[in-house]
Design a protein around this ligand. Structure first.
Ligand code: 0RA
Length: 646
């Protein structure tokens, strides 16, 4: 026992609590995944989830989130307020138990409808342990109660600080920079996207987010409010707002099967991509699982039955496959599971067997009704399925060609690839370079031991608008597949990517630092997002950042990556400097390119991550889809990768 504990004469339970807190601080990643940007934002989700639970129990309808000036975050709800009375077993206030006992959560309240609880379901005490300061304010029983904590330790016992007739809980926490050493700065968009998602997933709740660090033109704080009366139905419309619908309505259902609440919404659009988003207890299950396979099964059997009986498939010379029913489909599946078992690499794959049939039955009922009531839409869907089947037939051949080529060793590599000599993929990098001339410079500048160069000709295919077989027939795309050594399709999933033979663990996109360059970068990212998402998810995709300026004075020279840096360097050189603006990679010589952009010692690589798959999907469909006006507006306003959290 530490001296400090002895002095304060804590009871045995408090000591256990402190041990819990110390464990959280020692191994934060075990509780929140990581201590980078993701983990930092996870703190907010954890606190908000507690309020969402209170709302799902029907006790609260408004949640307000504030990013304060000092990057502390306040989450306010109008629920019943966390109980402040004595917790019999622990001998202190229930509020103190919730806040300081790791794993306590709200679980002592058996009646509460607890299905939410964050990615790791760890409870607000973990947030407390990882905050240098946290203040909880409870409005309850006509009084205002308060308690503060520092790094998870109570500063003073719960006290009454005033009177009020409202009820609710307010938590303000400031992330501890001893834990979050990379950054403690919150990203408004990241939090706002999650709040929007939560509002769609939990209809009826009003969730607002205010950024007290930013003011608009009128001097008001930047804020948004999210509220959805129709839930997933509206979520689908939001997701597909940049696509052309194929049928008149969003097909949706909401109900309970075998005690499992199931909500599903879907629509068909005229695109060639399949867009399935699944949630368990408000958590995005990227890796899918039993609820998703239940959805697929329900969809396929119901549509197949309908199509067979309609006679429309009679003339088709080959079988329709499950994939064909999902081309141009956008769907959201949301289930609530009391004891979810999460599996998979990122623990986002639902394992509970019983959920599969619950979802599949719900989907069958929903679709059967819809098809009966909307014969025109039903016909349109089946026609689309037939077209997809025909295109798939063509694509299979094209894909087999890609496969055959990439499986061949050595000799099968694309002629344009300048490979490296190292054989260990974990040490190898490949630069995808825009244009042959920049490719030539990169080839001269690189370290040929571990750096390979694949020049890409001009603009690569926009996969968002292309049918699958066109994608697999495209020269540049075939080159990317063969150069990387990845293969497509497994028994279970015809589109799954096999990364076992990946030849480079860093795949680096290197484009000009101008509008055209960022457009090409987006085209490549769109391709990766739609066809090689596993590559991004496993952290293999990076973006190189070439400098914008060379600032020179006499023998002194320095590179600048933005205008501010350029001006600072100019000033530090005492003004009167020569400035060269790099319009493209081609303007740099091999040595300059190596020094600034390729040399691992000095370069900055930005790793591409999928911060929010649902939002990324929408952004890509907007950037690369048919609707030009929103794209132009977006590109003018933002960097193209605004949402991919690079
Ligand atoms: C357990 C019991 C009760 C309320 C809560 C937990 C509660 C927790 C949080 C966390 C954030 N906001 C919250 N609001 C409520 C109340 C039990 C009762 O009043 O009978």
């Amino acid at each position: 026992m530490s001296e400090e504990l002895k002095k304060n004469n804590y009871g045995a339970d408090s000591i256990q609590a402190l041990e819990g807190i110390e464990h959280v601080r020692m191994r934060p990643s075990m509780y929140i995944g990581d201590v980078g940007v993701r983990g930092l934002h996870h703190l907010v989700y954890e606190v908000v989830d507690n309020s969402i639970d209170e709302a799902m129990g029907g006790h609260c309808d408004t949640i307000s989130v504030y990013i304060n000036e000092d990057n502390s975050v306040t989450v306010e709800d109008n629920g019943r307020g966390i109980p402040v009375g004595l917790h019999k077993k622990e001998g202190v206030s229930a509020l103190e138990v919730v806040m300081t006992k790791i794993g306590a959560g709200g679980k002592f309240d058996k009646d509460s409808y607890k299905v939410s609880g964050g990615l790791h379901g760890v409870g607000v005490s973990v947030v407390n342990a990882l905050s240098d300061n946290l203040k909880a304010t409870v409005y309850r029983d006509g009084k205002i109660w308060e308690q503060e904590y520092q790094r998870g330790k109570t500063v003073y016992p719960v006290k009454s600080v005033g009177e009020s007739d409202k009820t609710g809980t307010t938590v303000t926490f400031h992330p501890d920079d001893q834990i979050f050493t990379q950054t403690i700065e919150y990203n408004y968009e990241t939090l706002a996207n999650r709040m929007r998602e939560l509002a769609y997933l939990n209809k009826g709740i009003t969730i607002s987010i205010t950024d007290k660090r930013q003011k608009d033109d009128e001097g008001a704080f930047f804020m948004e409010t999210f509220h959805s009366d129709e839930g997933l139905k509206e979520f689908i419309k939001f997701l597909d707002s940049n696509r052309e619908p194929l049928i008149h309505n969003v097909i949706s259902m909401e109900g309970e099967k075998n005690d499992i609440p199931v909500e599903v919404a879907m629509i068909y659009n005229n695109s060639y991509t399949e867009n399935l988003h699944s949630y368990v207890n408000n958590i995005n299950t990227h890796e899918g699982g039993t609820h998703l396979s239940g959805f697929r099964r329900g969809l396929t059997t119901t549509l197949k039955k309908y199509a067979d009986s309609s006679g429309m498939l009679d003339k088709l010379k080959f079988e329709v496959s499950g994939d064909d029913f999902r081309e141009g489909l956008t769907a959201i599946i949301s289930v609530k599971v009391a004891e979810p078992q999460f599996e998979g690499q990122t623990k986002t794959k639902l394992g509970n067997r019983e959920v599969s049939s619950a979802v599949s039955q719900s989907v069958s009922e929903m679709l059967t009704n819809y098809l009966e009531e909307h014969p025109d839409d039903a016909k349109t869907i089946v026609q689309k399925v037939i077209l997809a089947a025909q295109a798939r037939h063509a694509a299979t051949k094209a894909r087999e060609m890609v496969q055959r080529k990439s499986v061949m060793s050595g000799g099968g590599l694309p002629g344009k690839l300048s490979d490296c000599s190292e054989q260990d993929p974990t040490k190898c990098e490949v630069f995808l370079v825009e244009g042959d001339s920049a490719g030539g410079t990169a080839k001269q500048g690189r370290d040929r031991n571990f750096q390979a160069i694949l020049p890409l000709r001009g603009k690569i295919l926009n996969v968002e608008k292309a049918m699958q077989h066109k994608v697999f027939e495209n020269e540049e795309i075939k080159n990317i597949y063969t150069a990387l050594g990845v293969t497509i399709g497994t028994e279970e999933d015809s589109k799954a990517l096999n990364l076992e033979k990946l030849r480079y663990h860093k795949v680096i996109i290197m484009c000009d630092a101008d509008v055209d360059g960022s457009h090409i970068e987006t085209l490549i990212l769109t391709f990766f997002f739609r066809y090689m998402r596993e590559l991004i998810e496993n952290g293999h995709v990076y973006i190189a950042t070439p400098p914008l300026y060379l600032v020179k004075k006499g023998s002194k020279k320095s590179y600048a990556w933005d205008d501010k840096e350029r001006d600072e360097i100019a000033e530090s050189f005492g003004g009167n400097v020569g400035i060269q603006r790099y319009k493209g990679l081609g303007e740099m010589n091999a040595e300059q390119l190596w020094d600034t952009t390729m040399n691992p010692q000095f370069r900055t690589l930005r790793q591409v991550t999928i911060d929010n798959a649902t939002e990324s999907d929408r952004i890509f469909s907007m950037l690369m889809g048919d609707e030009v006006p929103p794209r132009r507006e977006f590109i003018e306003k933002n960097a193209v990768y605004a949402n991919i959290d690079v």
